[in-house]
Design a protein around this ligand. Structure first.
Ligand code: SF4
Length: 455
Protein backbone atom coordinates (compact mmCIF):
# COMPACT_ATOMS: atom_id res chain seq x y z
CA UNK A 1 0.00 0.00 0.00
CA UNK A 2 2.78 2.44 0.90
CA UNK A 3 4.07 2.19 -2.70
CA UNK A 4 0.62 2.91 -4.11
CA UNK A 5 -0.18 6.11 -2.19
CA UNK A 6 2.09 9.06 -2.88
CA UNK A 7 3.38 10.73 0.31
CA UNK A 8 1.93 14.06 -0.98
CA UNK A 9 -1.55 12.48 -1.15
CA UNK A 10 -1.65 10.76 2.19
CA UNK A 11 -3.63 13.60 3.80
CA UNK A 12 -6.34 13.29 1.07
CA UNK A 13 -7.29 9.79 2.21
CA UNK A 14 -8.97 8.91 5.50
CA UNK A 15 -10.12 5.58 6.88
CA UNK A 16 -12.89 5.91 9.42
CA UNK A 17 -12.38 4.22 12.76
CA UNK A 18 -9.55 3.68 15.19
CA UNK A 19 -8.04 6.59 17.10
CA UNK A 20 -7.36 8.76 14.07
CA UNK A 21 -9.44 11.98 14.27
CA UNK A 22 -11.16 13.04 11.04
CA UNK A 23 -8.92 15.17 8.86
CA UNK A 24 -8.79 15.43 5.12
CA UNK A 25 -7.11 17.81 2.76
CA UNK A 26 -9.20 18.72 -0.32
CA UNK A 27 -10.24 21.36 -2.87
CA UNK A 28 -6.69 21.83 -4.12
CA UNK A 29 -4.71 21.27 -7.32
CA UNK A 30 -4.18 17.65 -8.32
CA UNK A 31 -0.71 16.25 -7.72
CA UNK A 32 1.38 16.41 -10.89
CA UNK A 33 2.04 12.91 -12.22
CA UNK A 34 -0.64 11.26 -10.09
CA UNK A 35 -2.98 10.74 -13.09
CA UNK A 36 -6.00 12.24 -11.35
CA UNK A 37 -9.52 10.99 -12.22
CA UNK A 38 -10.55 14.64 -12.30
CA UNK A 39 -11.56 16.57 -15.41
CA UNK A 40 -10.17 20.03 -16.20
CA UNK A 41 -11.67 23.50 -15.60
CA UNK A 42 -13.05 23.69 -19.15
CA UNK A 43 -14.77 20.32 -18.76
CA UNK A 44 -16.30 21.44 -15.44
CA UNK A 45 -17.86 24.48 -17.10
CA UNK A 46 -19.01 22.50 -20.14
CA UNK A 47 -20.71 19.88 -17.94
CA UNK A 48 -22.84 22.58 -16.30
CA UNK A 49 -23.72 24.66 -19.37
CA UNK A 50 -24.01 21.84 -21.91
CA UNK A 51 -27.76 21.04 -21.39
CA UNK A 52 -28.92 24.59 -22.29
CA UNK A 53 -30.44 23.29 -25.48
CA UNK A 54 -31.14 26.47 -27.46
CA UNK A 55 -27.70 28.01 -26.93
CA UNK A 56 -24.67 27.76 -29.16
CA UNK A 57 -21.68 26.21 -27.39
CA UNK A 58 -18.46 27.22 -29.12
CA UNK A 59 -15.14 25.93 -27.81
CA UNK A 60 -12.30 28.30 -28.59
CA UNK A 61 -9.31 26.00 -28.61
CA UNK A 62 -7.70 22.98 -30.26
CA UNK A 63 -10.07 20.31 -31.55
CA UNK A 64 -9.05 17.87 -28.80
CA UNK A 65 -10.83 19.93 -26.13
CA UNK A 66 -14.08 19.80 -28.15
CA UNK A 67 -13.97 16.09 -28.79
CA UNK A 68 -13.60 15.59 -25.07
CA UNK A 69 -17.17 16.77 -24.54
CA UNK A 70 -18.86 16.06 -27.85
CA UNK A 71 -22.32 14.64 -27.18
CA UNK A 72 -21.18 12.09 -24.64
CA UNK A 73 -23.64 13.35 -22.04
CA UNK A 74 -27.14 12.06 -21.50
CA UNK A 75 -28.91 15.42 -21.00
CA UNK A 76 -32.21 15.25 -22.89
CA UNK A 77 -34.14 18.13 -24.40
CA UNK A 78 -37.88 18.36 -24.98
CA UNK A 79 -37.30 20.78 -27.89
CA UNK A 80 -34.19 22.15 -29.61
CA UNK A 81 -31.03 20.05 -29.62
CA UNK A 82 -28.33 22.57 -30.47
CA UNK A 83 -26.50 21.56 -27.27
CA UNK A 84 -25.60 18.19 -28.79
CA UNK A 85 -23.12 19.86 -31.16
CA UNK A 86 -19.69 20.80 -29.92
CA UNK A 87 -18.48 23.59 -32.19
CA UNK A 88 -14.79 24.40 -32.13
CA UNK A 89 -12.51 27.05 -33.60
CA UNK A 90 -9.94 24.25 -34.08
CA UNK A 91 -6.92 26.37 -33.18
CA UNK A 92 -3.59 25.24 -34.60
CA UNK A 93 0.06 26.26 -34.69
CA UNK A 94 -0.49 29.39 -36.81
CA UNK A 95 -3.10 30.66 -34.34
CA UNK A 96 -0.67 30.18 -31.45
CA UNK A 97 1.76 32.50 -33.24
CA UNK A 98 -0.64 35.09 -34.70
CA UNK A 99 -3.56 34.82 -32.26
CA UNK A 100 -7.02 33.25 -32.65
CA UNK A 101 -9.33 36.26 -32.28
CA UNK A 102 -10.12 36.63 -35.99
CA UNK A 103 -10.87 32.91 -36.23
CA UNK A 104 -13.27 33.21 -33.28
CA UNK A 105 -14.98 36.20 -34.88
CA UNK A 106 -15.41 34.29 -38.16
CA UNK A 107 -16.78 31.24 -36.32
CA UNK A 108 -19.40 33.32 -34.48
CA UNK A 109 -20.37 35.17 -37.66
CA UNK A 110 -20.88 31.87 -39.46
CA UNK A 111 -22.61 29.88 -36.69
CA UNK A 112 -25.07 32.43 -35.26
CA UNK A 113 -26.94 33.19 -38.53
CA UNK A 114 -26.86 29.49 -39.44
CA UNK A 115 -28.25 28.05 -36.19
CA UNK A 116 -30.12 31.09 -34.80
CA UNK A 117 -29.36 30.33 -31.13
CA UNK A 118 -30.93 32.34 -28.31
CA UNK A 119 -27.46 32.93 -26.81
CA UNK A 120 -23.88 31.80 -27.42
CA UNK A 121 -21.35 30.56 -24.87
CA UNK A 122 -17.69 30.83 -25.88
CA UNK A 123 -15.40 28.60 -23.83
CA UNK A 124 -11.80 29.56 -23.23
CA UNK A 125 -9.32 26.64 -23.14
CA UNK A 126 -5.69 26.22 -22.07
CA UNK A 127 -4.24 27.43 -25.36
CA UNK A 128 -6.35 30.60 -25.34
CA UNK A 129 -5.20 31.37 -21.80
CA UNK A 130 -1.59 31.01 -22.93
CA UNK A 131 -1.74 33.09 -26.12
CA UNK A 132 -3.92 35.73 -24.45
CA UNK A 133 -6.81 36.12 -26.93
CA UNK A 134 -9.25 38.74 -25.61
CA UNK A 135 -12.39 36.63 -25.93
CA UNK A 136 -14.45 39.07 -23.85
CA UNK A 137 -13.88 41.79 -26.45
CA UNK A 138 -14.67 39.42 -29.35
CA UNK A 139 -17.89 38.31 -27.60
CA UNK A 140 -18.93 41.88 -26.90
CA UNK A 141 -18.56 42.86 -30.56
CA UNK A 142 -20.38 39.72 -31.74
CA UNK A 143 -23.23 40.47 -29.33
CA UNK A 144 -23.61 43.92 -30.90
CA UNK A 145 -23.57 42.54 -34.43
CA UNK A 146 -26.00 39.65 -33.86
CA UNK A 147 -28.31 40.99 -31.12
CA UNK A 148 -28.12 37.93 -28.83
CA UNK A 149 -26.13 37.46 -25.60
CA UNK A 150 -22.64 36.20 -26.49
CA UNK A 151 -21.01 35.18 -23.24
CA UNK A 152 -17.37 34.30 -22.60
CA UNK A 153 -16.77 31.36 -20.25
CA UNK A 154 -13.40 31.84 -18.59
CA UNK A 155 -12.54 28.16 -18.29
CA UNK A 156 -8.86 27.79 -19.23
CA UNK A 157 -8.14 24.17 -18.35
CA UNK A 158 -5.00 24.77 -16.32
CA UNK A 159 -6.21 27.51 -14.00
CA UNK A 160 -7.56 25.30 -11.21
CA UNK A 161 -9.53 22.11 -10.76
CA UNK A 162 -12.94 21.09 -12.10
CA UNK A 163 -14.61 23.14 -9.37
CA UNK A 164 -13.17 26.34 -10.91
CA UNK A 165 -15.01 25.31 -14.09
CA UNK A 166 -18.29 25.14 -12.20
CA UNK A 167 -17.65 28.66 -10.97
CA UNK A 168 -16.87 29.88 -14.52
CA UNK A 169 -20.18 28.38 -15.73
CA UNK A 170 -22.15 30.00 -12.89
CA UNK A 171 -20.54 33.38 -13.58
CA UNK A 172 -21.48 33.03 -17.27
CA UNK A 173 -25.11 32.09 -16.51
CA UNK A 174 -25.44 34.87 -13.98
CA UNK A 175 -25.00 37.33 -16.84
CA UNK A 176 -28.31 36.07 -18.24
CA UNK A 177 -30.27 36.01 -14.96
CA UNK A 178 -32.31 39.17 -14.40
CA UNK A 179 -32.55 40.15 -18.07
CA UNK A 180 -35.97 38.56 -18.77
CA UNK A 181 -39.59 39.44 -18.05
CA UNK A 182 -41.01 37.81 -14.89
CA UNK A 183 -44.69 38.58 -15.58
CA UNK A 184 -47.06 35.73 -14.73
CA UNK A 185 -44.76 33.75 -12.42
CA UNK A 186 -46.93 32.37 -9.56
CA UNK A 187 -45.88 32.86 -5.92
CA UNK A 188 -45.26 29.11 -5.34
CA UNK A 189 -42.44 28.81 -7.86
CA UNK A 190 -38.93 27.39 -7.88
CA UNK A 191 -35.87 27.06 -10.10
CA UNK A 192 -34.22 23.64 -10.34
CA UNK A 193 -30.46 24.11 -10.10
CA UNK A 194 -27.88 21.35 -10.58
CA UNK A 195 -30.11 18.88 -12.38
CA UNK A 196 -28.97 18.00 -15.89
CA UNK A 197 -32.00 16.01 -17.07
CA UNK A 198 -30.01 12.83 -17.58
CA UNK A 199 -32.35 10.24 -19.08
CA UNK A 200 -35.22 12.70 -18.50
CA UNK A 201 -34.83 12.97 -14.71
CA UNK A 202 -35.84 16.62 -14.45
CA UNK A 203 -39.21 15.73 -16.01
CA UNK A 204 -39.83 13.28 -13.13
CA UNK A 205 -39.06 15.96 -10.53
CA UNK A 206 -41.13 18.62 -12.30
CA UNK A 207 -44.13 16.27 -12.30
CA UNK A 208 -43.80 15.69 -8.54
CA UNK A 209 -43.68 19.45 -7.94
CA UNK A 210 -46.62 20.07 -10.27
CA UNK A 211 -48.66 17.50 -8.30
CA UNK A 212 -47.95 19.62 -5.20
CA UNK A 213 -49.03 22.83 -6.97
CA UNK A 214 -45.49 24.22 -7.31
CA UNK A 215 -44.38 25.78 -10.64
CA UNK A 216 -40.90 25.52 -12.09
CA UNK A 217 -39.56 28.70 -13.71
CA UNK A 218 -36.15 27.55 -14.97
CA UNK A 219 -34.35 24.25 -15.32
CA UNK A 220 -30.71 25.05 -14.62
CA UNK A 221 -29.57 23.47 -16.71
CA UNK A 222 -31.21 20.16 -17.76
CA UNK A 223 -33.58 20.72 -20.71
CA UNK A 224 -32.63 24.36 -20.16
CA UNK A 225 -33.68 27.38 -22.22
CA UNK A 226 -32.00 30.76 -22.38
CA UNK A 227 -35.27 32.69 -21.86
CA UNK A 228 -36.04 30.70 -18.69
CA UNK A 229 -32.61 31.44 -17.21
CA UNK A 230 -33.16 35.12 -18.05
CA UNK A 231 -36.39 35.20 -15.97
CA UNK A 232 -35.17 32.86 -13.21
CA UNK A 233 -34.94 35.81 -10.79
CA UNK A 234 -38.76 35.77 -10.67
CA UNK A 235 -38.88 32.44 -8.76
CA UNK A 236 -39.43 32.37 -5.00
CA UNK A 237 -36.89 29.64 -4.23
CA UNK A 238 -33.84 27.96 -5.72
CA UNK A 239 -33.56 24.20 -5.21
CA UNK A 240 -29.89 23.27 -5.53
CA UNK A 241 -29.22 19.63 -6.18
CA UNK A 242 -25.64 19.08 -7.34
CA UNK A 243 -24.36 21.66 -4.88
CA UNK A 244 -20.78 21.62 -6.17
CA UNK A 245 -21.78 22.68 -9.65
CA UNK A 246 -24.42 25.36 -9.13
CA UNK A 247 -24.15 26.53 -5.52
CA UNK A 248 -22.21 29.60 -6.64
CA UNK A 249 -25.10 30.66 -8.91
CA UNK A 250 -27.56 30.18 -6.03
CA UNK A 251 -25.38 32.40 -3.82
CA UNK A 252 -25.10 35.07 -6.52
CA UNK A 253 -28.89 35.05 -6.99
CA UNK A 254 -29.43 35.31 -3.24
CA UNK A 255 -27.08 38.26 -2.94
CA UNK A 256 -28.36 40.16 -5.96
CA UNK A 257 -32.02 39.16 -6.25
CA UNK A 258 -32.75 38.06 -2.66
CA UNK A 259 -33.81 34.52 -3.66
CA UNK A 260 -33.19 31.97 -0.89
CA UNK A 261 -31.93 28.48 -1.74
CA UNK A 262 -32.25 24.99 -0.33
CA UNK A 263 -29.82 22.12 -0.86
CA UNK A 264 -31.72 19.01 -1.93
CA UNK A 265 -31.15 15.59 -3.44
CA UNK A 266 -33.57 13.64 -5.62
CA UNK A 267 -31.61 10.39 -5.28
CA UNK A 268 -32.88 7.67 -2.95
CA UNK A 269 -36.26 7.52 -1.26
CA UNK A 270 -35.34 9.38 1.97
CA UNK A 271 -33.77 12.38 0.27
CA UNK A 272 -36.39 12.54 -2.50
CA UNK A 273 -39.21 12.63 0.06
CA UNK A 274 -37.34 15.17 2.20
CA UNK A 275 -36.85 17.46 -0.83
CA UNK A 276 -40.62 17.56 -1.41
CA UNK A 277 -41.36 18.15 2.28
CA UNK A 278 -38.77 20.95 2.37
CA UNK A 279 -40.48 22.71 -0.54
CA UNK A 280 -43.92 22.46 1.11
CA UNK A 281 -42.46 23.71 4.39
CA UNK A 282 -40.76 26.65 2.69
CA UNK A 283 -44.06 27.82 1.19
CA UNK A 284 -45.84 27.20 4.53
CA UNK A 285 -48.55 25.42 2.59
CA UNK A 286 -50.50 22.72 4.39
CA UNK A 287 -52.14 21.77 1.13
CA UNK A 288 -48.79 21.25 -0.61
CA UNK A 289 -47.54 19.25 2.39
CA UNK A 290 -50.60 16.99 2.33
CA UNK A 291 -50.12 16.43 -1.40
CA UNK A 292 -46.41 15.68 -0.88
CA UNK A 293 -47.24 13.09 1.80
CA UNK A 294 -49.83 11.46 -0.41
CA UNK A 295 -47.39 11.42 -3.34
CA UNK A 296 -44.62 9.82 -1.25
CA UNK A 297 -47.00 7.21 0.17
CA UNK A 298 -48.31 6.30 -3.26
CA UNK A 299 -44.89 6.12 -4.95
CA UNK A 300 -43.35 4.10 -2.11
CA UNK A 301 -46.15 1.58 -2.03
CA UNK A 302 -45.48 0.92 -5.72
CA UNK A 303 -41.73 0.33 -5.48
CA UNK A 304 -41.22 -1.04 -1.96
CA UNK A 305 -42.23 -4.69 -2.49
CA UNK A 306 -39.81 -5.03 -5.42
CA UNK A 307 -37.02 -3.23 -3.51
CA UNK A 308 -37.38 -5.74 -0.67
CA UNK A 309 -37.24 -8.64 -3.14
CA UNK A 310 -33.97 -7.31 -4.57
CA UNK A 311 -32.62 -6.70 -1.09
CA UNK A 312 -32.82 -10.42 -0.29
CA UNK A 313 -30.09 -11.11 -2.89
CA UNK A 314 -28.03 -8.00 -2.17
CA UNK A 315 -27.91 -8.17 1.64
CA UNK A 316 -24.31 -8.03 2.91
CA UNK A 317 -22.71 -7.13 -0.44
CA UNK A 318 -20.09 -4.39 -0.51
CA UNK A 319 -20.16 -1.21 -2.57
CA UNK A 320 -17.64 1.48 -3.49
CA UNK A 321 -18.45 4.86 -4.99
CA UNK A 322 -16.41 7.54 -6.67
CA UNK A 323 -18.46 10.51 -7.87
CA UNK A 324 -17.99 14.09 -9.10
CA UNK A 325 -19.49 16.01 -6.17
CA UNK A 326 -19.53 14.57 -2.64
CA UNK A 327 -23.17 15.52 -2.01
CA UNK A 328 -24.36 12.75 -4.33
CA UNK A 329 -22.43 10.29 -2.17
CA UNK A 330 -24.71 10.91 0.86
CA UNK A 331 -27.81 9.79 -1.03
CA UNK A 332 -25.99 6.81 -2.50
CA UNK A 333 -24.88 5.60 0.92
CA UNK A 334 -28.49 5.76 2.15
CA UNK A 335 -29.70 3.95 -0.97
CA UNK A 336 -27.22 1.12 -0.50
CA UNK A 337 -28.29 0.82 3.14
CA UNK A 338 -31.89 0.40 2.04
CA UNK A 339 -30.68 -2.48 -0.12
CA UNK A 340 -28.86 -4.06 2.83
CA UNK A 341 -25.43 -3.25 1.38
CA UNK A 342 -22.36 -1.73 2.98
CA UNK A 343 -20.35 1.15 1.45
CA UNK A 344 -16.64 0.52 2.03
CA UNK A 345 -15.15 3.28 -0.15
CA UNK A 346 -16.57 6.76 -0.83
CA UNK A 347 -14.70 9.36 -2.83
CA UNK A 348 -15.22 12.42 -4.98
CA UNK A 349 -13.43 14.67 -7.44
CA UNK A 350 -14.50 18.00 -6.00
CA UNK A 351 -15.71 17.55 -2.39
CA UNK A 352 -15.22 20.34 0.13
CA UNK A 353 -14.12 20.08 3.78
CA UNK A 354 -17.76 20.46 4.83
CA UNK A 355 -18.88 17.68 2.43
CA UNK A 356 -16.26 15.23 3.65
CA UNK A 357 -17.03 15.94 7.33
CA UNK A 358 -20.67 15.10 6.65
CA UNK A 359 -19.63 12.02 4.69
CA UNK A 360 -17.38 10.79 7.50
CA UNK A 361 -20.28 11.14 9.92
CA UNK A 362 -22.66 8.91 7.99
CA UNK A 363 -20.07 6.29 6.91
CA UNK A 364 -19.50 3.13 8.91
CA UNK A 365 -16.15 2.41 10.61
CA UNK A 366 -13.64 0.98 8.14
CA UNK A 367 -14.93 3.06 5.20
CA UNK A 368 -12.20 4.74 3.18
CA UNK A 369 -12.90 8.35 2.19
CA UNK A 370 -10.76 9.70 -0.64
CA UNK A 371 -10.46 13.07 -2.35
CA UNK A 372 -9.28 13.42 -5.98
CA UNK A 373 -8.20 9.77 -6.35
CA UNK A 374 -6.17 8.18 -9.14
CA UNK A 375 -6.74 4.77 -10.80
CA UNK A 376 -4.04 3.00 -8.80
CA UNK A 377 -5.48 4.10 -5.47
CA UNK A 378 -9.00 3.15 -6.49
CA UNK A 379 -7.88 -0.23 -7.78
CA UNK A 380 -5.99 -0.93 -4.57
CA UNK A 381 -8.95 -0.19 -2.32
CA UNK A 382 -11.43 -2.01 -4.55
CA UNK A 383 -9.35 -5.16 -4.15
CA UNK A 384 -8.49 -4.66 -0.49
CA UNK A 385 -12.11 -4.03 0.49
CA UNK A 386 -13.35 -6.91 -1.68
CA UNK A 387 -15.95 -4.75 -3.43
CA UNK A 388 -18.92 -6.31 -5.27
CA UNK A 389 -20.24 -3.18 -7.00
CA UNK A 390 -18.42 0.02 -8.00
CA UNK A 391 -20.43 3.17 -8.74
CA UNK A 392 -18.70 5.80 -10.85
CA UNK A 393 -18.45 7.43 -14.25
CA UNK A 394 -16.81 6.93 -17.60
CA UNK A 395 -13.25 6.98 -16.21
CA UNK A 396 -14.04 4.49 -13.41
CA UNK A 397 -15.79 1.91 -15.60
CA UNK A 398 -12.63 0.30 -17.06
CA UNK A 399 -11.11 -0.04 -13.58
CA UNK A 400 -14.11 -2.09 -12.42
CA UNK A 401 -14.24 -4.19 -15.58
CA UNK A 402 -10.52 -4.99 -15.48
CA UNK A 403 -10.88 -6.18 -11.89
CA UNK A 404 -13.97 -8.27 -12.59
CA UNK A 405 -16.16 -6.08 -10.38
CA UNK A 406 -19.76 -5.09 -11.15
CA UNK A 407 -20.13 -1.47 -12.31
CA UNK A 408 -23.03 1.00 -12.10
CA UNK A 409 -22.84 4.19 -14.16
CA UNK A 410 -23.90 7.18 -12.09
CA UNK A 411 -22.43 9.88 -14.27
CA UNK A 412 -23.64 12.23 -16.98
CA UNK A 413 -23.26 9.63 -19.74
CA UNK A 414 -25.91 7.30 -18.35
CA UNK A 415 -29.13 6.48 -20.11
CA UNK A 416 -31.08 5.33 -17.05
CA UNK A 417 -33.06 7.72 -14.82
CA UNK A 418 -31.94 7.35 -11.21
CA UNK A 419 -33.76 10.28 -9.61
CA UNK A 420 -37.11 10.14 -7.90
CA UNK A 421 -38.85 7.05 -6.53
CA UNK A 422 -38.86 5.34 -9.90
CA UNK A 423 -35.13 6.16 -10.12
CA UNK A 424 -34.46 4.36 -6.84
CA UNK A 425 -36.08 1.24 -8.25
CA UNK A 426 -34.04 1.57 -11.48
CA UNK A 427 -30.89 1.93 -9.37
CA UNK A 428 -31.71 -1.16 -7.31
CA UNK A 429 -32.42 -3.21 -10.45
CA UNK A 430 -29.12 -2.05 -11.97
CA UNK A 431 -27.13 -2.89 -8.85
CA UNK A 432 -28.81 -6.29 -8.65
CA UNK A 433 -28.20 -7.06 -12.34
CA UNK A 434 -24.52 -6.20 -12.17
CA UNK A 435 -23.75 -7.73 -8.76
CA UNK A 436 -25.43 -11.01 -9.62
CA UNK A 437 -24.57 -11.18 -13.29
CA UNK A 438 -23.78 -14.72 -14.47
CA UNK A 439 -20.71 -13.25 -16.22
CA UNK A 440 -18.83 -13.33 -12.91
CA UNK A 441 -18.80 -17.14 -13.13
CA UNK A 442 -16.57 -16.83 -16.20
CA UNK A 443 -14.61 -13.68 -15.24
CA UNK A 444 -13.81 -14.12 -11.59
CA UNK A 445 -12.91 -11.12 -9.51
CA UNK A 446 -9.22 -10.32 -9.27
CA UNK A 447 -8.50 -10.64 -5.60
CA UNK A 448 -5.75 -10.29 -3.07
CA UNK A 449 -2.89 -11.90 -5.04
CA UNK A 450 -2.93 -8.86 -7.35
CA UNK A 451 -2.68 -6.50 -4.42
CA UNK A 452 0.28 -8.45 -3.07
CA UNK A 453 1.97 -8.20 -6.46
CA UNK A 454 1.61 -4.42 -6.27
CA UNK A 455 3.16 -4.01 -2.83
S1 SF4 B 1 -8.86 22.97 -21.73
FE1 SF4 B 1 -6.74 22.29 -21.44
S2 SF4 B 1 -6.83 20.58 -19.96
FE2 SF4 B 1 -8.93 20.95 -20.75
S3 SF4 B 1 -9.18 19.52 -22.48
FE3 SF4 B 1 -8.44 21.46 -23.35
S4 SF4 B 1 -6.17 21.29 -23.37
FE4 SF4 B 1 -6.96 19.66 -22.02
Amino acid sequence: MSQVIFAEREDQIYEKGGDKPFRISCDKQSLAGAVSQRACVFCGSRVVLYPIADALHLIHGPIGCASYTWDIRGALSSGPELHRYSFSTDLGETDVIFGGESKLTRALDELIPLHKPKAAFVYSTCMVGLIGDDISAVCKMAQRRHGIPVIPVMSEGFKGNKRAGYYAACAAMFRLVGTGDTTGIPPMSVNLLGDFNLAGEIWIIRKYLERMGVSVVANITGDGRVADVQRAHGAALNLVQCSGSTMELAKMMQETHGIPFKRVSYLGVDDMAQALYDVAEFFESEEAMAKARELVRGELSEIYPRLMELRKDLEGKRAALYVGGAFKAFSLIKSFRLLGMKVVLAGSQTGTQEDYEELAEICEPGTVIVDDANPLELMTYLIEKDVDVFVGGVKERPIAHKLGIGFVDHNHERKLALEGFVGMLNFAEEVHATALSPVWRFTPRKARPRLEALS
